[in-house]
Write a protein that binds this ligand. Structure first.
Ligand SMILES: Cc1cc2nc3c(=O)[nH]c(=O)nc-3n(C[C@H](O)[C@H](O)[C@H](O)COP(=O)(O)OP(=O)(O)OC[C@H]3O[C@@H](n4cnc5c(N)ncnc54)[C@H](O)[C@@H]3O)c2cc1C
Length: 452
């Protein structure tokens, strides 16, 4: 079956945040947009769902935004979602040492001049102001350098601040993570002062903040949204994509049509011949505990020296995130539940027993591994085909695989499509026609309930 597409449309494939951002930006300029998503819902790796066994909505994983994430806030502004975030009124990062129970709060001052490092109450205990300045060496780090090769891993500041920030932000261990990428992340946040570091969290859920308002806005703008539409292949002409092959139908593109491929890296590499993408991934494990968080408890706590890394307070749930979680992905859910709850109980001053019902979610391929070698594999957004652009957290945004990176890539793709700048040739893409291939999985998530 072949259905003719309308003239001058942009076909956005993949309704994760990159695809949604691209679609929103295009719809806002009055362009005709058709958004295709393989799954029955949008949001990709950033969404919420009702967990029937826990009896509440949970996020697939805890996501933290910072006030300096400008593209993400611009996106939320466009979809009227800024009011759906909450968080502390200032940049405060509470920590607890799981081994000795020591607590402290890192509290950058709001301006760009970082006088907070001079204040013992605002910095990490047992560190000095000059320890922080050592981080400036990352500014000139060789692109092949890892974080642990540039900063001293034996230092208290490394263990109590740089490592948790790097692992959480890059989803990669400090031994493997790129120092240059970590520097870029710090420069956009901590480097711009506490006002850019104020933490922001969805008040109700990721979908309520990032996904549902975007779909509503797209519908108001007349964009068409097709769920259950899995792209199986692209048909390539000499310099253009001529057809989109979905399971149910093929769509012949008009000369004025554009395509933004906003699918995960591995799927893009199977659809676009010769495309080089990051091919090593890093897991994230989340544990959602059904319980009543203590009133007035912090929005989140960083844990040093425990199994949990960051713990988030939600409505009726306390939720643990462990990034670069290779050491946990093979362990059994009941074991992880007990291990993580020990840290939650310490951090939020709750009884160690009984352990509440929990949902363990393992995302084995949560993001690409942000190592210097893998960063070299990030592609540009333009391709050898004039009407084909790429978007997604894996493209070369200069940022780690984050909400901010995904949204920035979506906006950039929309800009390129709008400006008709589709002629650039990417050196990472070879020309030639592909054969349609089966594309079966994109999100590999394992969910384990551990109920009493
Ligand atoms: C557990 C976890 C925790 C995270 N924590 C944070 C955090 O705290 N802060 C932060 O900023 N970021 C965080 N991230 C990263 C962030 O979620 C991702 O970077 C971002 O959501 C990626 O968006 P994307 O649109 O690039 O890709 P995706 O979300 O993967 O979207 C791609 C979409 O394409 C669809 N698709 C795939 N194949 C096809 C096809 N053939 N045809 C049609 N559609 C297709 C998929 O179903 C999916 O909806 C986290 C990620 C995970 C998994």
């Amino acid at each position: 079956m072949r259905a003719a597409a309308s003239t001058g449309c942009v076909h956005v494939v993949g309704a994760g945040l990159a695809g949604l951002a691209a679609a929103i930006a295009l719809a806002d300029t009055g362009r005709c947009v058709i958004l295709y998503e393989a799954a029955p819902q949008a949001g990709g790796r950033c969404r919420s769902y009702f967990d029937a066994e826990l009896g509440c909505r949970i996020d697939n994983g805890n996501h933290l935004l910072l006030a300096g994430n400008r593209a993400a806030l611009d996106y939320l502004d466009r979809i009227d979602g800024c009011g759906s975030l909450e968080g502390p009124s200032e940049a405060v990062f509470p920590f607890v040492d799981a081994v000795n129970g020591e607590r402290w709060t890192v509290q950058p001052n709001s301006g760009a001049l970082p006088w907070w490092i001079l204040s013992a109450n605002r910095r990490v205990p047992h560190t000095r102001a000059r320890d922080y300045l050592a981080a400036l060496t990352m500014r000139r780090a060789d692109p092949s350098a890892t974080i642990a090769a540039v900063l001293d891993p034996r230092h208290t500041l490394f263990r109590r601040l740089w490592e948790p920030l790097a692992v959480g932000g890059l989803n990669t261990s400090a031994e493997q993570g790129s120092a240059a990428l970590f520097w870029r992340m710090l420069a956009e946040t901590l480097g711009r002062g506490g006002a850019a570091c104020r933490p922001l969290l969805p008040r109700f859920g990721l979908s309520e903040s990032f996904v549902e308002p975007a779909l509503a806005r797209l519908r108001v703008k007349g964009a068409e949204i097709r769920f259950g539409a899995r792209l199986r292949a692209l048909i390539f002409g000499p310099d253009r994509v001529s057809d989109l092959v979905f399971e149910a139908a093929s769509i012949a593109l008009d000369r004025a049509d554009g395509v933004i491929l906003a699918v995960p890296a591995a799927i893009a590499a199977r659809l676009v011949p010769g495309l080089i993408v990051p091919d090593r991934h890093s897991p994230i494990v989340n544990a959602h505990f059904r319980c009543t968080p203590p009133a007035g408890a912090p929005f989140f706590v960083g844990v040093i020296g425990g199994a949990a890394e960051w713990i988030f307070r939600k409505r009726g749930v306390l939720s643990v995130t462990v990034s670069a979680a290779d050491r946990f992905v093979e362990r059994a859910a009941p074991e992880l539940r007990d291990l993580f709850w020990r840290d939650v109980a310490v951090a939020y001053r709750l009884p160690a027993l009984p352990v509440p019902p929990a949902r363990i979610v393992k995302e084995r391929r949560a993001t690409f591994l942000a190592s210097p070698e893998q960063l070299k594999r990030r592609p540009q957004q333009t391709t050898a085909w004039r009407n084909l652009l790429l978007a997604g957290d894996y493209v070369d945004t200069g940022l780690p695989a984050t909400i901010e990176g995904a949204i920035r890539s979506g906006f950039a793709a929309a800009g390129l499509a709008t400006d008709c700048q589709l002629q650039a040739l990417s050196p990472t893409v070879a020309s030639g026609g592909p054969s349609p291939r089966a594309l079966d999985t994109e999100i590999e998530q394992e969910r384990h309930s551990v109920l009493p």
